[in-house]
Design a protein around this ligand. Structure first.
Ligand code: PHE
Length: 467
């Protein structure tokens, strides 16, 4: 890794000598837990099930799997690889690699876009996670016992209509995120994920077991996995690809930042496959926990974003031990969201830590405070500012922030990362960092990042913006 160290020296010109060695994950397992923690979040447990539901079940699931394999895994490998080569926060990392391989530090802009997008996403991610947090005491106290769909919708509506309440839950969630990131990579993020990820897997399994006993498991499995290509439309492909990026935490510099702490002897291709596999498994498992309950109660699988917050509580309210398992379900969402929100804040903190002397604690608090206050736009989008509709037809400020980050910033970041890894970085430099022998696997990766990923992402972004 002589080459990468050369890059480090140049990147850290001047203060490289005084700066302590960059922090490092203590083991491969610790890194995998953190990366899977970043990937598995609201995207898996809230968004994937409702998107699969609105996308006709198996059609969406199959296209999604294709997107993960063909575009997700190669871009994930690229992000981890570039992060480890530079061992810096996303902005300095891309600037120094750009200078070294592309002749210009302007590549640092990729890091800037990613970091800004990550903090904007954090601002609304935390509000939605706050809804889940608010549901924990609701479920635990049996609010939904015997509730019908109308009462459940009313309860969700009442939550959204109360700005002070939303702000409070959002504040609590963001505070937890800040407290973890503040403590740093090893004693903050690593400790948190080592406890939270096993807890998350355990809760997920308990819920699938519960759904298998109390719900209509066979119908759910058939719905999610029986191939039906007749429902595949261009819109569905676009939605599935966007969801794959978001779910794998790509295009925002999050995996660049986590890759920067990755030990030298860890195989990136193998790790990327493990991360993508675990993320996909969690999404599918979440589907297998939710749809059996939906079908057993004759609820609508195509309900949309309300699936988890409106539909499921009705089911839990009418099931044996429903309050208990409903509580576990919403705790699960909060835990999954927390290990992801940490990964949204970390890249920005790491990026500014390279470039200022403020230190991690102040940076974390400052950036957290920004996301906290910016989150007010999302909070108010559901009540006092619901009439502010910059995109027209009912779409609020929250939709605007979601739209800009998901449709512009993530695709842009992901494309540029694929282009950099495929075209700008030398063929050999990439191959060596990935630890691949010359041959078919390396050739396949190269073809995917050079042609398939950029083209696919651009077509998708174009259709979303124009369509
Ligand atoms: N992957 C997370 C999810 O599915 C969201 C996320 C994106 C987290 C980017 C970190 C960085 O919920």
């Amino acid at each position: 890794m002589v080459g990468a160290e050369g890059g480090l020296d140049r990147a850290g010109a001047g203060d490289g000598a005084v700066r302590a060695a960059p922090p490092m994950w203590s083991s491969r397992l610790a890194f995998i837990l953190a990366a899977v923690g970043s990937a598995v979040g609201l995207g898996n447990i809230w968004k994937f099930p409702y998107m699969a539901g609105t996308g006709g079940g198996s059609a969406f699931v199959l296209v999604y799997l294709g997107c993960v394999l063909l575009v997700g895994v190669p871009v994930l490998m690229s992000e981890l690889m570039l992060g480890r080569m530079a061992r810096k926060g996303p902005i300095t990392a891309m600037a120094s690699l750009g200078r070294r391989f592309g002749g210009t530090p302007a590549w640092g802009l990729v890091g800037v876009v990613g970091v800004v997008a990550a903090v904007l996403i954090l601002s609304f991610y935390s509000v939605v996670a706050g809804w889940a947090l608010a549901y924990v005491p609701k479920l635990a106290s049996g609010t939904f016992a015997g509730a019908d769909a109308a009462r459940s919708a009313e309860a969700f509506g009442a939550l959204l209509a109360d700005p002070a309440g939303l702000f409070l839950w959002h504040s609590a969630f963001l505070l937890a995120t800040v407290l973890i990131v503040m403590r740093g990579v090893r004693s903050g993020i690593e400790v948190a994920v080592t406890w939270l990820m096993p807890l998350l897997f355990l809760m997920l399994l308990v819920l699938v077991g519960y759904a298998a006993v109390a719900g209509d498991f066979a119908r759910a499995a058939g719905y999610l996995f029986t191939p039906d290509f007749s429902k595949v439309t261009p819109e569905l492909v676009i939605a599935a690809a966007g969801q794959a990026f978001f779910s794998l935490s790509l295009g925002l510099g999050a995996m660049l930042a986590y890759g920067a702490y990755l030990p030298e002897d860890v195989s990136i291709p193998r790790t990327a496959v493990v991360i993508a596999g675990a993320d996909t498994l969690c999404a599918l498992t979440a589907g297998l926990a939710i749809f059996p309950i939906v079908f057993a109660h004759d609820l609508d699988p195509a309900e949309g974003p309300g699936l988890v917050f409106v539909t499921l509580p009705v089911a839990f309210g009418g099931m044996p031990f429903g309050s208990l398992f409903g509580t576990v379900f919403f705790v699960l969402i909060v835990v999954a969201a927390l290990t992801s929100s940490v990964a949204l804040l970390e890249p920005a903190v790491a990026a500014l830590d390279d470039r200022t002397r403020l230190g991690r604690v102040r940076l974390t608090v400052g950036l957290g405070a920004f996301a906290w206050l910016f989150g007010l736009l999302t909070v108010f989008s559901f009540n006092i500012w619901s009439d502010v509709q910059p995109l027209g037809d009912g779409r609020t400020l929250f939709d605007l922030i979601d739209w800009i980050t998901a449709n512009l910033m993530i695709p842009l970041g992901a494309t540029l990362i694929a282009v950099f890894a495929g075209w700008v970085l030398g063929r050999e430099a990439g191959r060596l960092e990935l630890g691949l022998p010359p041959g078919a696997v390396h050739g396949l990766w190269l073809a995917l990042v050079r042609y398939v990923a950029p083209l696919a992402i651009l077509v998708i972004a174009w259709r979303k913006i124009v369509g």
